[in-house]
Design a protein around this ligand. Structure first.
Ligand SMILES: [Zn+2]
Length: 322
């Protein structure tokens, strides 16, 4: 991976490229921004550019190839072990960093999900950040910078990453996945600028499963309770995908709201369901739609608090069917 192969983030590439060229790399960076937009790819591109024999990240020299195959002796990766990054993990990296680099000009340590360092691990890492050796480069990645110890944040050069623009994401999806215009539009809109989401396992969720869920949801009637509980059960069974399913449902009611306020159909997320939206819109008004959006937000808060999933979904679907 070179900088030029990474989609978007031109300003970040420019900052890093100039820092390398002028020999003014910070000793620690904090790449912060949403999940799946390319922070880790950028960190690996930076590692390759620093370690490459000709300094470009050429992709063919032995150093570049080792970075790509994740077996460069001077490149270390630190990730959560289970839920957190533990102090023993930080200690073992610190030991590595205390040696001189073997092959590259610098030792590089990439710390993924840096917000998941527990207090002890964070404090241990602080030592390394306070006494930079000049031969070590730390790259911390996080989607939740507010959860990274402030003392760590303040000792890193922070580089914010934004979501990828929807149009850019759609272009790549059309080109690389061979999806049609409509599918590209829906995937780009629902993945909220996260390349990983649009390309990953969620693709079916956002295309076929979305249509099934919305079909079941819009067929409900408050007078027949059984289908309501069946739908609630089937959603509760999806566990990890539930937050994404709530995104899908939310986007649908938002579409209805936008449609009612005269927004063009091409601005909606569910452009393949325009018929359905036209048919259902007269049954709702701004107040009922806002109540449903609020019900979705409430169920999200309940899931965050680990309320019984089944119960949370039953309450939600009852309110949506009203
Ligand atoms: Zn190279």
């Amino acid at each position: 991976m070179t900088f030029s192969q990474i989609l978007g983030h031109d300003r970040q590439k420019d900052i890093l490229r100039r820092a390398i060229d002028s020999g003014r790399l910070a000793h620690a960076y904090l790449f912060e921004g949403p999940e799946g937009v390319g922070k880790r790819l950028m960190a690996l591109a930076l590692a390759r550019a620093v370690m490459c024999k000709d300094g470009t990240g050429c992709g063919v020299c032995s150093a570049c190839r080792k970075v790509d195959h994740n077996n460069h002796p001077d490149l270390h990766l630190l990730e959560p072990d289970g839920k957190t990054i533990k102090i023993e993990q930080v200690r073992s990296i610190q030991k590595e960093l205390s040696f001189r680099p073997l092959e590259a000009p610098k030792k590089i340590c990439l710390i993924d999900s840096a917000d998941r360092m527990n207090q002890a691990a964070g404090n241990a890492l602080l030592k390394t950040l306070e006494e930079p050796s000049g031969e070590a480069l730390l790259i911390l990645l996080t989607a939740h910078p507010e959860s990274v110890l402030s003392t760590i944040r303040s000792r890193c050069q922070r580089l914010p990453f934004a979501r990828l623009p929807q149009g850019m994401l759609k272009g790549v999806l059309l080109e690389q996945l061979g999806v049609d215009e409509t599918q590209g539009h829906i995937l780009a809109a629902l993945s909220e600028g996260s390349f990983k989401k649009a390309l990953g396992k969620d693709r079916d969720l956002y295309l076929e499963r979305r249509r099934e869920i919305l079909k079941a949801l819009t067929a409900l009637s408050p007078r027949s309770v059984l289908p309501i509980f069946e739908l609630a059960q089937s959603l509760a069974d999806e566990k990890e995908r539930l937050p994404d399913i709530l995104d899908i449902i939310q986007a649908f009611y938002r579409d209805l709201l936008l449609y009612q306020h005269g927004r063009a159909e091409s601005d909606l997320v569910n452009i393949d369901l325009a018929d359905k939206i036209r048919r259902i819109a007269p049954r709702e008004n701004t107040a009922t739609l806002l109540r449903k959006l609020e019900a979705i937000a409430a169920s999200r808060r309940q899931l965050d608090r680990n309320v019984n999933r089944q119960l949370a979904m039953e309450v939600l679907i009852l309110r949506l069917a009203a």
